[in-house]
Design a protein around this ligand. Structure first.
Ligand code: NAD
Length: 740
């Protein structure tokens, strides 16, 4: 037997050791060659009387990263191709047959008559963990780094190789559904306590422990294939089952607003599968899987949240010629809300941090807030206190700029005030090394204008974090007119070091993310002024797929900041740049009623201590227009939902036309990671492709007529609609993905 992905050795006790080690890859993944070779191995084990059983493990640091998503993309391609050539039914059948292969292979392992043990030497995800579940026994090496899980839901899919059925037969249905719907990655201890794995041993004993189980007479029968098997939570049609499934349905609706077909398919697969024997259940799962694989949501999510994100993480926008940046020590000036967060994530990446503020006391306060944030984690059991202390020891708070002398990168995060920033830059420049990079975390001031007073603007760049810094995955990197490649490479290397995803944008007011987000918040304000009840505004935004309503989001970002941004836009661009009604609403809220947002417990919502927030009853009196009951009943919620998505997507298209964003992957990934733009759409531009540019332009025009110029489609979109083009058709990522 010759295999390229596996080694196959039989020891003196007749136990086969199958070692997965794909050539030229840092991690094992499941592709068609793996499926074919593993099938040959399974038959070799089953058909050789001298082999007692098999242990499967990996020679890599991890066990398996899951299915090769490129293979799944090809399956989708097969479907599209066959659907045009042979019709929908033949295409659907072909996808079903293809996507079943892995499921049938795993079932063959489970029923081949020889015991199989999975020796999990490291992380196993998706199809890799499903393989473990199909083995008769699972033993894991004890390692804090290992994660086990079925994360498919995060890219709009679900486990299609038996995972839903096996998990639902191992755990009570509510736990199983939660595990499948959240896509959580478990530590080995947690997986053991949930009984998803059988034992945890020292890494050196892993293979011996696996073989010992076979030698001790481990049975080659899965519990659900043994007579008398009972589901852990009782049958679907039992009292317990009826307590679970209707409630699960309600939770699904509350959490997803029915926007995620894969989540719905998990519920259906488990509900239907648990009522039939395993082989039929696997067929049910495969049917749903083939259907979901063909869904536009899965296509969009795989593309943006997996493929594009990975490309950006790996430095798709990094200038190839720039050597790797030296990033041992970084400086942060401004130890406030953002500066402390940046210090925390930098130290977490192992970087030395100098944290500067106006005086020692203020710098110490910055470090103390990192201490508090980390201690909260320690108290919740998510971090060990030694890790916290190690991390804190990397942060040096001081008021002495001389400490910046040996920093490779300095990030400024002082007040959003030109004068203050200019003073700080001057002081930094006095001590900064000649080859170090200077960055600003400004959220509104153009980078090129901040660079004006600098001796070397080529070494200056924007690194725009989102708050809260430790949780938000996106960083916007802003190129000033004179920013050089070395600065860009250093910024990208730094973002990679702190394990966040970068997008690179050209300098412009609001950059990319804030431009779209401000449109979203403004739409909420304007709806309120139209007399639409606040609760309806917030709910329809969430139904559209946004994580928080526009009014709640405004409370988080602060109403006074919103007003300040409007006034600045008015001062710089003239009165026509702002909507006077929106400005008046914010003035009434902030100056008339002292409502600043969550930070003072009073915004569009009230924040009573210890209780959930609730909409401020005074809002109704602030709004000039009141709708009658029948007018409210006649509001078209679908239209509200579309307005929210369209007003953001059309702004994203403008930023692309204006070349603020130059790569469609960045627009899409940035919109989901930056502000949670309806992830099932794949992002702002992907949403336009999903709707179809012609229909999208028609929608823009009808909204423009009803609601105003902010919906006017940019020329680029009109041209694409006329020519029948899409963003991903015309601006294919990876290559010439530029607007002009
Ligand atoms: P903050 O008020 O919490 O912190 C600013 C810090 O700068 C304070 O600790 C202050 O003492 C210090 N500071 C002021 N003048 C200084 C000086 N001359 N020398 C040294 N330190 C000085 O503000 P923040 O929210 O952390 O914002 C900081 C920057 O980050 C601003 O440019 C802001 O626009 C930007 N930003 C903020 C957010 C956000 O959500 N808050 C998001 C992205 C970017």
């Amino acid at each position: 037997m010759t295999t390229t992905n596996f080694r196959f050795d039989i020891d003196g006790d007749g136990i086969a050791l199958v070692t997965w080690d794909m050539p030229n890859r840092s991690m094992n993944v499941i592709d068609m060659t793996v499926i074919a070779e593993l099938a040959t191995i399974v038959e070799a084990v089953a058909g050789d009387a001298a082999v007692r059983g098999a242990v499967i493990t990996s020679a890599k640091e991890t066990f398996c990263a899951g299915a090769d998503l490129a293979m799944l993309e090809r399956m989708r391609g097969l479907y599209v191709d066959l659907a045009t050539k042979q019709g929908e039914e033949a295409a659907a059948k072909a996808v079903f047959d293809e996507s079943r292969k892995l499921s049938l292979l795993y079932r063959r392992i489970e029923t081949c008559g020889k015991p199989w043990v999975c020796a999990l030497n490291g992380t196993a995800m998706g199809g890799g963990f499903e393989l473990a579940l199909a083995c008769h026994y699972r033993v894991a090496a004890d390692s804090p780094k290992t994660r086990l899980g079925l994360p498919e839901i995060k890219v709009g899919l679900f486990p299609g190789a038996g995972g839903t059925q096996r998990v639902a037969r191992m755990l009570p249905p509510s736990d199983a559904l939660q595990f499948l719907l959240k896509g959580d990655a478990l530590t080995v201890d947690r997986a053991k306590s949930m009984k998803l794995i059988d034992s945890v041993v020292a890494p050196a004993d892993l293979i011996k422990a696996a073989k010992d189980w076979i030698k001790a007479g481990g049975k080659p029968v899965a519990p659900w294939d043994a007579p008398g098997f009972r589901l852990p939570g009782g049958a679907v049609y039992s009292k317990a089952g009826m307590m679970t499934f209707p409630a699960a349905n309600a939770i699904y609706r509350r959490e997803t607003y029915d926007n995620y077909p894969a989540a719905r398919a998990i519920l259906q697969t488990v509900y239907e599968g648990l009522q039939v024997p395993m082989d039929v259940a696997l067929r049910v799962e495969s049917r749903w899987f083939a259907k979901i694989l063909r869904s536009p949501q899965a296509a969009a999510m795989i593309r943006s949240l997996f493929l594009s994100k990975q490309e950006l993480d790996k430095g798709a926008r990094r200038p190839a010629a720039a050597p790797p940046s030296r990033l041992g020590k970084i400086g942060i000036v401004g130890a406030g809300f953002m500066g402390a967060g940046i210090a925390q994530v930098s130290a977490a990446a192992g970087l030395q941090v100098v944290l500067i503020d106006r005086d020692q006391e203020a710098a110490d306060r910055g470090k103390a807030s990192v201490h508090k944030a980390l201690s909260d984690r320690v108290n919740k059991g998510r971090m060990k206190s030694v890790e916290r202390d190690g991390l804190l020891s990397l942060i040096t708070p001081t008021a002495d700029y001389a400490a910046l002398a040996d920093c490779d990168l300095v990030i400024e995060a002082v007040f959003e005030d030109r004068k203050v920033k200019a003073d700080v830059f001057a002081r930094i420049q006095e001590v900064l090394r000649a080859d170090a990079i200077l960055a600003s975390n400004t959220s509104t001031l153009p980078i090129s204008s901040l660079a004006a007073g600098l001796a070397e603007p080529a070494r200056f760049i924007g690194i725009h974090f989102f708050s809260p810094v430790d949780r938000m995955l996106l960083v916007e990197i802003i190129l000033g007119k004179q920013t050089g490649d070395k600065a860009l490479a250093a910024a990208l290397d730094y973002v990679r070091a702190i394990r966040k995803t970068p997008i690179v944008v050209n300098d412009s007011r609001g950059f990319y993310a804030n431009r779209c987000v401000l449109n979203y918040i403004q739409e909420g304000h304007l709806m309120l002024l139209e007399g639409i009840p606040a609760a309806m505004i917030e709910n329809s935004a969430r139904m559209a797929g946004m994580p928080v309503g526009p009014l709640a989001l405004n409370d988080e970002t602060a109403l006074d900041l919103g007003l300040k941004i409007l006034r600045a836009a008015e001062a710089d661009l003239g009165a026509g740049a702002v909507n006077p009604a929106q400005k008046k609403l914010l003035e009434d809220m902030v100056e008339g009623h002292g409502r600043l947002g969550r930070k003072n417990g009073k915004g569009f919502y009230d924040y009573p201590p210890g209780q959930p927030k609730r909409l401020w009853p005074g809002l109704a009196d602030l709004v000039p227009k009141r709708l009658a009951r029948e007018e409210i009943a006649a509001i078209d919620v679908e239209e509200l939902k579309r307005r929210f998505l369209v007003v953001q997507a059309v702004e994203a298209a403008r930023t692309f036309e204006e070349r603020v964003v130059t790569d469609i992957r960045e627009a899409d990934v940035g919109s989901i990671l930056g502000w949670g733009f309806a992830p099932f759409t794949g992002g702002t531009l992907s949403y336009i492709d999903m709707v179809g540019p012609a229909s999208f332009v028609a929608l823009c025009r009808s909204f423009e007529k009803k609601y105003g110029r902010r919906f006017a489609p940019p020329k680029l979109l009109v041209e694409m609609a006329d020519k029948g083009e899409t963003f991903y058709g015309r601006f294919a990522p990876g290559g010439k993905s530029q607007a002009a």
